[in-house]
Design a protein around this ligand. Structure first.
Ligand SMILES: [Zn+2]
Ligand SMILES: [Zn+2]
Length: 315
């Protein structure tokens, strides 16, 4: 039990336990400290959000990624590997964070829910997009699966349903509660999906120039065209040739806005924007909340929608 989760953990049962144990239950940090709750380890923020919504007061959720840190290249310290091995359920996305994949394979293979077994990943056509009648116009990044499925709310709802099922298997007494909470979350995600569909229905432009190609699922769902400065991970520097291509694309599609992310430096986006006479704005891939911790998945998705509607001239 961590200091952060302690206040929520003080249910009557937990309080009684603490009294009996003289508080020692809390002195052992990490998973397994609270017998009344299912200890869930989530690999990064959107999975933490789903686990907290579906698990409610019946779970303790630990996020392996720090707020304000970019989670693709997450490294685990020994304490976190310990959390993975002690967790009752590890909720992760295979192929997104190699360090987590490895820790799960070695310590929690039989107690993990891999999101990619619930929702198959789409092939990455990172960065480029095709124009009709043009050949080789845009650079297609080859191979790879796109992990950013949480940016499609309908896919995230499917993931939440599966998590409810798994939590119900771990904690059968409260299986119905998990199902109910997943259904509530699905209702909210469906509402968000409807807002996106309506909000992006009629727009002057449909091309979004983004820093890393995290928006493939969002683009697919709402008929946008993603033009990424870099591929599926944000840590690679775009090649000068790619910068020139993206600048050409941005001009060709009369982009008014070049998007950057909260957890990655805006420098490259600012360079392109200056070159083509566009503005920059944040379009958040919600890989993690920013360190100052505003909002949650739903509110950041709605902020993204407002940003997109302005940038794309949607009516
Ligand atoms: Zn990403
Ligand atoms: Zn184009």
């Amino acid at each position: 039990m961590t200091a952060r989760t302690l206040p929520r953990a003080l249910t009557a049962a937990a309080t009684a336990l603490l009294v009996l144990a003289g508080g020692t239950a809390c002195s052992t940090a990490g998973a397994g400290a609270d017998p009344d709750r299912v200890d869930v380890v989530a690999a990064f923020y959107p999975l933490q959000y789903v686990a907290e919504r579906v698990g409610g007061g019946a779970v303790t959720v630990t996020n392996l990624a720090r707020p304000g840190a970019e989670p693709h290249d997450l490294e685990l310290n020994p304490r976190q590997v310990g959390q993975v091995s002690e967790a009752e359920l590890v909720f992760y996305l295979k192929g997104f964070q190699p360090a987590v994949d490895e820790a799960v394979a070695q310590n929690a293979a039989d107690r993990a829910l891999d999101v990619t077994t619930v929702v198959p990943l789409r092939d990455a056509a990172a960065g480029g997009h095709d124009h009709e009648g043009e050949d080789g116009h845009a650079e297609e990044e080859d191979g790879g699966k796109d992990p950013h499925l949480w940016l499609d709310p309908t896919r995230l709802a499917t993931v939440a349903d599966k998590l409810a099922e798994r939590l119900g298997a771990v904690d059968p007494d409260r299986a119905a509660d998990y199902t109910t909470r997943a259904r509530t979350l699905r209702g909210e995600l469906d509402k968000l999906d409807a807002e996106y569909t309506a909000g992006l229905k009629t727009c002057q432009r449909r091309e979004i120039v983004v820093s890393h190609a995290a928006f493939g699922y969002l683009a697919e769902r709402y008929r946008l065209e993603q033009i990424g400065l870099t591929g599926l991970t944000p840590d690679t520097e775009p090649a000068p040739q790619r910068l020139a291509e993206v600048a050409r694309e941005a001009r060709e599609h009369a982009a008014t806005t070049i998007f950057f992310e909260t957890l990655v430096s805006p420098k490259v986006a600012e360079t392109i924007a200056a070159e083509v006479g566009a503005k920059t704005a944040v379009l958040d891939p919600i890989e993690g909340l920013s360190a100052d911790g505003g909002g949650d998945y739903l509110s950041v998705m709605r902020a993204n929608l407002t940003t997109l509607r302005t940038a794309l001239g949607c009516s």
